[in-house]
Design a protein around this ligand. Structure first.
Ligand code: AHG
Ligand code: MN
Ligand code: MN
Length: 335
């Protein structure tokens, strides 16, 4: 019988045998995993629980909040605030940063999350997820400020997501490749099911919301036009398209079988750099994709090198199979 390695054991071994993660970070990741299990339970209840539909409120970005956006946000906060491993948290669903209350010990890490990604898919029973990113609080001053969070993605010390789909799967990087854990519901624990996930460098599959085509910039339009031209076009091959509208599910597919995902800047709101959020979506996903041998850019530069200036900053995102991402990025540089 092949040995089953639980998420807990994987983290302990990363700490003890490989020295990759300090004890506080191990605890943090363990707690995030536990919170994701709790969110998965809420997601699975559907109409049997009070979890569907809108909450009747808006987040700081003016998006209508679903009940599950709030449940997932609260679950992550409650699970993480008391353990002593965190200094503060930031979430897509909260305007400012969340400081660990004074009654609990303060740790040295900062946790950022998109508690529920793919909100528009909740009520239609399509895959959704939780995305998280971990940074270290900069040293040299007491307390925590919002500016402590404004670190480029290459400074992340851990990143991952949990997808609530036909299976509940947690995907993690601590800078040593990408590992995947599947939730065993009978045991109530995540079990290591894949290691060293690699994204093929070439692909015949793209993911983009085609309904925005008329608003795109020329380089994106050129790339997609060439894909659509198929076998007799400049690419000399036929492409397939997928768009789930949950970044977590689109990125998961790319990690499993390759592909390119784009949510580019477009002309609808010229002053908005993109739709997706740098700190909660693009950075963690960008790092996971790079760790699996793929690439992630905003058309001009590597996502992980973008210097954030605001917590809720948006960014244009092109990620996935290396050769395709490089091609689209090159199209942005050509006149
Ligand atoms: P969220 O549910 O956290 O607001 O994120 C939704 C994001 C992302 O997951 C997805 O790729 C994209 O929005 C879908 O946008 P469209 O509905 O414009 O296609
Ligand atoms: Mn999201
Ligand atoms: Mn969200």
């Amino acid at each position: 019988m092949t040995e089953r390695i639980s998420f807990t054991r994987y983290l302990v071994e990363q700490q003890r045998d490989h020295g990759r993660i300090p004890p506080q970070l191990r605890l943090l990741l363990e707690v995030v995993g536990r919170a994701c299990k709790r969110i998965a339970l809420a997601v699975n209840k559907g109409d049997l629980g009070d979890v569907m539909g809108t909450a009747g409120s808006e987040n700081v970005q003016g998006e209508v909040q679903k009940k599950l956006d709030i449940i997932a946000n609260e679950t992550l906060i409650e699970a993480n605030e008391w353990g002593g491993h965190l200094a503060a948290m930031a979430s897509e669903e909260m305007e400012g940063i969340y400081l660990v209350p004074n009654r609990y010990p303060q740790g040295e890490y900062l946790l950022l999350f998109d508690p529920l990604d793919g909100s528009s898919n909740i009520d239609v029973n399509v895959s959704i997820g939780t995305i998280f990113s971990v940074l270290k609080k900069p040293e040299g001053h007491p307390g925590v400020h919002e500016s402590d969070f404004l670190q480029p993605g290459h400074q992340q010390v851990a990143a991952g997501y949990c997808i609530y789909g036909p299976q509940t799967t947690l995907v993690l990087t601590v800078g040593d490749g990408v590992a995947m854990f599947t939730l065993d519901r009978e045991q109530g624990s995540f079990v290591l099911t894949r290691e060293n996930i690699r994204i093929p460098e070439d692909t015949k599959e793209f993911a983009i919301n085609m309904s925005n085509m008329r608003h795109w910039d020329a380089p994106v339009r050129r790339y997609i036009d060439e894909c659509l031209a198929g076998e007799t076009g400049p690419r000399g091959k036929n492409f397939n398209m997928r768009w789930i509208a949950s970044m977590v599910a689109d990125v998961h597919r790319i990690l499993m079988r390759g592909g390119i995902f784009m949510y580019p800047w477009d002309q609808r709101e010229p002053n908005k750099p993109g739709k997706l959020r740098l700190m909660y979506e693009a950075n963690p996903m960008g790092w996971l994709v790079e760790q699996a041998g793929g690439a992630a850019t905003n058309g001009k530069e590597r996502i992980l090198d973008v210097q954030p200036t605001q917590l809720h900053q948006r960014v244009s995102v092109i990620l996935g199979s290396k050769n395709e991402v490089e091609r689209v990025t090159r199209y942005h540089q050509e006149p």
